[in-house]
Ligand binder design. Sequence first.
Ligand code: URA
Length: 218
Amino acid sequence: MTIHTLGSENTVLSKFIAEIRDKRIHTDSMRFRRNLERIGEVTAYEISKTLDYEQRIVETPLGEASVAMISDRVVLATILRAGLPFHQGFLNYFDDAQNAFVSAYRKSTKDGKFKVKVEYISCGDLEGKVLLLVDPMLATGSSLVLAYNALCERGGQPKHTHVAAVIASEQGIDYVRKNMPAETTTLWTAAVDEELTSRAYIVPGIGDAGDLAYGEKI
Ligand code: URA
């Protein structure tokens, strides 16, 4: 599995990452959502460099221009609800992509731990397409792999899957590496953090991405 850490280069992306981490900016949920969207846009642009293209002729008012257009059929999938602003960033660039949604939630168990359950899935045909599975926080990796399996069970086998995260833990990257097809998976993340808390929050991370984007849940 190929891994790209986009934030390791000094670019404007570092500012977006700094802002989503900064607790003083966390009171501004509109800025938080927009920064997730901006990171989605930057990642979408980088992924677009790896896709297949074909030449097409476009008629201008003054003549004809030959342009390279994406020939891959792209499907954008995310996990509700924290994935929505990140997904929107991808959709801003891949504006004619097909879309898929999965809901996954952490169900607490008696030992104080939790199991991830997939509940809702909306997905079209994936066979032979390029799947972009985008989820801002890759913590343990288990929701992401469950979502991938649920999508493939429903929609068929994509020809390639790009997993995109904003912050990935080392443990989450390792889990994805071991549980997704190595030959046909590429992982993109803006940043990598080392630690996870006992409740599987990434440290230093950002906190709860869903709460920061949409308000606390009970
Ligand atoms: N989900 C989040 O929102 N934050 C984390 O740190 C881990 C998972």
